[in-house]
Structures are given as structure tokens and as C-alpha cells.
Design a protein around this ligand. Structure first.
Ligand code: UD1
Length: 377
């Protein structure tokens, strides 16, 4: 009998991670993978476009939870996901990343008792396996909601698939070290990026924006620590405005940031800035691949720029993805203007080394599938 795996995705950064996993499971007859979309992100630009561009199959189940406070959103996903487990009786629940959908579904699955037990390589199971893809990331900053999600999900996961080589060490410090449980497999998001590069090269977005290769930078900002406080956000944008006087900045504005900017009444000089709606995956990949520099507080973009060999300046005090600094193109500046200007100078002078972390080779989803195959065989 094929093992039924419920694969969970809910927010924008989940979709590019779930796509290669669903494709890998589809190729193997031993799995019946079903997608559950929690609806944490629901806008066309944050959700639907990724399904179309990455050929993600229509979700088997849509929970349609929408936005809310952390507690409301997490609780609502948990409540609705429990009913899905009741109907589906899966042998495994696979979650990716560190968003509220990730912890909500992992927590429900970890405590759920199936109506019928099943056999696996680790013996008889009465609960679905919890599988965490992108385990072992730590920013060591509990002010970041995602850090809480990461630690909790890793603590209750049966299988932890690691993308950043240092994750093995970090998990060992939390007493998660059983080699049957912890596997360094590389980065599934890079599977998607490498698969989409050719399509991105045909994007017309740079023509539409009237920008020339390597003559612009890309900005993204959405972390609550950077955008929720108007004073912080204004300070960052004033610093970036000075960068924009050297290199025009394209700024796809996240909904969280958009509502803050509207309330602050910020204006942007058109010759220096291009404010646009959030981009789809393919257009954004083309934009970043051809940028002179990317300034961001995102997690995933630190990884994507590393593989693209484009300098990335991370506007945060810490990163949960240290290999993008040690093995990639990333520099951590926080929001300190002097640090940002120094990093921009290095980037524009082409003095940032290009390196790629181990196993970020486009085959991570296959590795995960093969490891799981042995568990259910
Ligand atoms: C969430 C994730 C974050 C991830 C980010 C990527 C958590 C804790 N945070 O943050 O890790 O980096 O997604 O985007 O899970 N909104 C819309 N349309 C949507 C969804 C949200 O307009 O489709 C607006 C709503 O006003 C909402 C706000 O954006 O209140 C924030 O959305 P939410 O999902 O709570 O968090 P993000 O900031 O997107």
C-alpha cells in the first residue's frame, strides 16, 4: 500500500519548497502525496500565481484560514487541520519552513492517534510521522515569531531534513542527533530555482519596468521588526534612499509593508525608486538574477541570491541561514547606515565572492523522497 503523506503549505515562502517535493513523490509509486493549503496567504500575488508558475497541483484540501493574530491564526489552522487528519488518516504529515502553518499542522499531527496503526522501518506507528523540511535553522532571536516555530517543530518532528550544513550541529545542541532522524539533504527551494532559471530568462519584467541589467538593486522588506514600527521603517527607507541615489531601487511591496507605508504617508522619488506590487516567482527570479545588489530582510532571498551569485545585503541583526554568509554572497548589516553603505560599495565594485553551499544542487527533494522510501518500504 502506498504511504499517504499530507504535504502542508500556507504562506508564500512555502510554495517554492513544496513544489519539488510533490513532484518527487509523484514520480514514486510508493507514495500518495496530497497537498493541504492552509490559506494563511490568500492573495493572488502571494499564493495563486505560485501555483500556476510552479505547476503545483490544486490542493486536495483548502483550509481558508486567512489572516489574524498569531494565536488566532495558529489555533484556527490547528482546529481545521485536525478534521483533515480525521478524514485522511495519513501515515505522515510533511511541513516546510517556519511559518504559523508549519507549527500549527506539525503540532496537531504529532498528537494525533490514527484509527489504524501501520508498520515502518522504525516499527509499528499509531501516529503519523511528522516530517520537517528546512529543519535546523536558528536565528537565536526569540523576538522573531519564526524562531519559536522552528524550535517547536524540530522538537516534535520524527524526520528532520536540513538545508544549512550547520543545522546538524545546532540540532545536536538541542539533543536532536539520532542519524535515523536527522538528515542533511541540501535545499529544496534551490531545486525549484534551478528548475525555473530558463523560464525566468524569458521574463519581460525588466523591459516592463524599463531597467537595465546590473543597473538596479532590488529591495524587499516585510519583517515585523523592520516594518511594524513607523520610526524604524522610515529610518531604513531614508538610508535606502541614499543607496537609491547610486543605483535605482526596485521595491516590490509586501501587503504588511504596504499598509504601514500608506499610514505613514511616505513618498518616493521616481527617478530613484520603482515601487511595484509583489511579483510572481518567475519575474522575481529574473529581477534578482540580473540585479547589481539585493537588500532584504527575507530568509529565502538570502539563499536564492547566493545561488544566483548576486550580492545580498540582509537588513537584520541575525540570520538563521549562516551558510549564505560563509558559503555565499550574503552580508549581514542590520539597519546601520554605515554598514549598509559599505556593503553596497563592495557589491557595486563586484567584490563579493560567489560560492555555493554543499548539496544545493537541485536534487534535495529526491534525496528526501529516497530516505522516506526506505522508512515506508
Ligand atoms: C508570513 C510569515 C513569515 C514569512 C512571510 C512571507 C509567519 C509567522 N510569518 O508573514 O515568516 O516570511 O509570511 O510573506 O507565519 N495579507 C494580505 N494578503 C495575504 C496574506 C496576508 O494582504 O494573502 C496581509 C494581512 O493584512 C495580514 C498581513 O498581510 O495581516 C500579514 O500576513 P501574515 O500571514 O500574518 O504574515 P506575513 O507578514 O505575511
Amino acid at each position: 500500500m502506498a504511504a499517504k503523506i499530507l504535504c502542508v503549505a500556507g504562506a508564500r515562502p512555502n510554495f517554492m519548497k513544496i513544489a519539488p517535493l510533490l513532484a518527487a513523490f509523484r514520480e514514486a509509486k510508493n507514495f500518495e502525496a496530497r497537498l493541504v493549503h492552509t490559506g494563511q496567504h490568500y492573495d493572488e500575488k502571494l499564493s495563486k500565481i505560485f501555483f500556476e508558475e510552479l505547476a503545483i497541483p490544486r490542493p486536495h484540501v483548502q483550509l481558508e484560514v486567512g489572516s489574524g493574530s498569531h494565536a488566532q491564526q495558529t489555533a484556527e489552522i490547528m482546529r481545521r487541520f485536525e478534521a483533515v487528519l480525521e478524514d485522511e488518516q495519513p501515515q505522515a504529515v510533511l511541513v516546510v519552513g517556519d511559518v504559523n502553518s508549519t507549527i500549527a499542522c506539525a503540532l496537531v499531527a504529532a498528537k494525533y492517534r490514527l484509527r489504524e496503526s501501520f508498520q515502518s522501518s522504525v516499527g509499528e506507528r499509531t501516529r503519523p510521522f511528522v516530517i520537517h523540511v528546512e529543519a535546523g535553522l536558528r536565528s537565536h532571536d526569540n523576538d522573531m515569531p519564526e524562531e519559536i516555530n522552528r524550535k517547536l517543530v524540530d522538537a516534535i518532528s520524527d524526520f528532520l531534513f536540513i538545508s544549512d550544513p550547520i543545522g546538524v550541529e545546532l540540532l545536536a545542541k538541542e539533543n536532536i542527533s539520532d542519524p535515523a532522524r536527522v538528515h542533511f539533504v541540501g535545499n529544496v527551494m534551490i531545486d525549484t530555482l534551478l528548475g525555473a532559471k530558463e523560464k525566468a530568462a524569458q521574463s519581460t519584467i525588466r523591459d516592463e519596468f524599463g531597467i537595465k541589467d546590473r543597473a538596479y538593486g532590488v529591495v524587499t522588506l516585510h519583517r515585523p521588526s523592520n516594518v511594524d514600527n513607523a520610526e524604524n521603517l522610515r529610518g531604513i527607507l531614508e538610508t535606502l534612499d541614499q543607496v537609491a541615489s547610486q543605483v535605482q531601487l526596485v521595491f516590490p511591496v509586501h501587503p504588511r509593508t504596504k499598509s504601514k507605508l500608506a499610514a505613514m504617508g511616505m513618498t518616493f522619488e521616481e527617478s530613484r525608486w520603482k515601487l511595484v506590487e509583489p511579483c510572481g516567482y518567475i519575474d522575481f527570479l529574473d529581477l534578482t538574477a540580473n540585479a547589481a545588489v539585493v537588500l532584504t530582510d527575507s530568509g529565502g532571498i538570502q539563499e536564492e541570491t547566493t545561488v544566483l551569485g548576486v550580492p545580498c545585503i540582509t537588513l537584520r541583526e541575525n540570520t538563521e541561514r549562516p551558510c549564505t554568509i560563509t558559503h555565499g554572497t550574503n552580508t549581514l548589516t542590520g539597519t546601520d547606515p554605515a554598514a549598509i553603505f559599505a556593503a553596497v560599495k563592495l557589491a557595486l565594485e563586484g567584490r563579493v565572492p560567489k560560492r555555493i553551499p554543499p548539496l544545493w544542487d537541485g536534487k534535495s527533494a529526491e534525496r528526501i523522497r529516497d530516505i522516506l522510501d526506505a522508512v515506508f518500504a
